[in-house]
Design a protein around this ligand. Structure first.
Ligand code: 4AD
Ligand code: MG
Length: 458
């Protein structure tokens, strides 16, 4: 019976007649037998296999170079070697797929830049393998968190006609012939002749549709891909990323901030409890201090300040910033990182942002200057969550949409939620890759998603 290496290594007792299958990390030949380190991706550790040269199939050993796939039958026995409890004593050895010496991942350290050049193979390394196991566990933990609170998981469309964030960073979806598109009487492209009979795009956020579903189901969350044609060449921006977007009916900004903080802590604790081996790897090789930081975050309340207080803190420090600190402008990454890494040394929720810096849907505060927005900032990454209480008052919302130059007719469906039984509601978006950077200590978003899409690279 085939079992995973993870199961074998976790065994309480010796096992007979088991089969494991995986890829050769290294092979070392001794007199009369060979040691083969096999990894099957189920965990960070390899299983050491001892193949005696009398064993069936052992003549294939010489071709079992690093990267080859193999299957081994045998018994799990206590290992005399240090640092491992079990090893597999082979009874039969089988080479499944050869890899020759041109296999790029020979046993030596590789730079992340090199690994990025072979995204199709890097899941076979300790670093990417560990990251992807954490990614998988965190996805599950997101569902656990919301499902245990009675949120409904909804699926919002990927193709949409609206620009939720109003930043114009949309990828167009079209089937028109780029060389010869149909034209209208003003010699402009006739989008009514396009597939959806109007201009359509890949979504930047599922929020607007999420709001309509929350105003029916109560509490919902989405977990899906989002796309931004944002020409940002940074270590924290991807053109395709995954976002978790809860939306809660009968909820205000305070409830929203609470939910966001609870979610981040839940995910951090889940990683500490379920991905200990992977976190130890990142703590040793990528970011010393990672585990200590995660434990610290899991245990303490986040700092919570208004945007205006944040501006005051940033104006009073002697630290030099590249971008000026001006009330009314969005905080830059360097400002966010100063607040969370230097000033507070813990995650910070900043709320009540100037309305001019934020999208149309955020609830206007009574001061006439700010909106009920909030961002969660964490050390090492900066913003991982952006959210707000939504404007539930029809007249205010219409005025804000007009001020943002939106075509009210195409948002009639959205406005209906305010026309019929409007309720205070709030939600946020957690960038899944940003979360993974925070949890793993990886400094570049390209290393926390299997196939990163960034400007100039697909
Ligand atoms: O702050 P953002 O733009 O907020 C929204 O999209 C809201 N509609 C969410 C909501 O209220 N339902 O994006 C939310 C989060 C950011 O905090 C960040 O973590 C992540 O999404 N994000 C990105 N992650 C990677 N690459 C990018 N280009 C990102 N843009 C935003
Ligand atoms: Mg944001």
């Amino acid at each position: 019976m085939r079992i995973k290496v993870k199961q074998a290594l976790a065994s309480d007792e010796p096992l007979v007649d088991i089969t494991i299958a995986g890829w050769v990390r290294t092979r070392r030949d001794a007199k009369g037998f060979s040691f083969v380190e096999v990894n099957d991706g189920s965990c960070l550790k390899n299983l050491q296999v001892i193949v005696d040269l009398t064993v069936a199939g052992s003549e294939q050993l010489k071709d079992a170079l690093t990267g080859s796939s193999v299957q081994v039958e045998g018994s799990l026995v206590a290992s005399p070697a240090k640092g491992q409890k079990w090893e597999l004593k082979a009874k039969a050895f089988k080479l499944i797929g050869r890899a020759d010496e041109t296999f790029p991942l020979q046993k030596k350290g590789h730079t992340v830049e090199f690994l990025r050049s072979i995204p199709h193979l890097r899941a076979r390394t300790n670093r990417t393998g560990s990251l992807l196991r954490i990614r998988s566990r965190m996805a599950w933990a997101v569902h656990e968190f919301f499902q245990s609170k009675g949120f409904a998981n909804v699926h919002t469309p990927i193709i949409t006609a609206s620009d939720c964030e109003g930043a114009g960073e949309l990828f167009r979806v079209t089937t028109l012939d780029p060389k010869n598109p149909p034209k209208d009487s003003h010699d402009k492209v006739d989008w009514t002749a396009d597939f959806f009979a109007r201009q359509s795009y890949l979504t930047v956020s599922g929020q607007l549709e999420g709001e309509t579903l929350a105003c029916g189901l109560g509490d919902i969350y989405t977990f899906g891909p989002t796309f931004r044609a944002e020409n940002s060449h940074t270590s924290r921006h991807a053109s395709e990323f995954w976002m978790i977007e809860p939306e809660m009916a009968f909820c205000d900004l305070t409830g929203d901030m609470q939910c966001a903080e609870e979610l981040v802590k839940y995910l951090v604790k889940s990683a500490l409890n379920n991905c200990a081996e992977e976190l130890e790897f990142f703590n040793a090789y990528v970011d010393q201090g990672l585990i200590e930081r995660l434990k610290f975050v899991a245990d303490r309340p986040f700092a919570r300040i208004t945007y205006t207080e944040a501006i005051a803190i940033l104006s009073q420090t002697s630290q030099a910033f590249e971008f000026p600190v001006v009330w009314g402008e969005n905080l830059q990454s360097e400002h966010e990182r100063y607040l969370t890494e230097v000033h507070f040394k813990c995650p910070v929720t900043v709320y009540d942002y100037p309305k001019g810096a934020k999208p149309f849907y955020m609830r206007q505060n009574d001061d006439g200057k700010t909106v009920a927005a909030m961002d969660v900032l964490v050390p090492g990454v900066g913003e991982i969550i952006g959210g707000s209480q939504r404007e539930e008052r029809l007249d205010r919302l219409v005025a804000a949409m007009q001020a943002h130059g939106l075509d009210l007719e195409s948002y009639a469906w959205y406005l209906d939620t305010r026309r019929f039984g409007s309720v205070p509601h709030a939600g946020f978006g957690l960038g899944f890759e940003r979360l993974l950077m925070f949890i793993s200590g990886e400094g570049n978003i390209r290393d926390v998603i299997p196939y990163p899409r960034t400007p100039g690279r697909a």
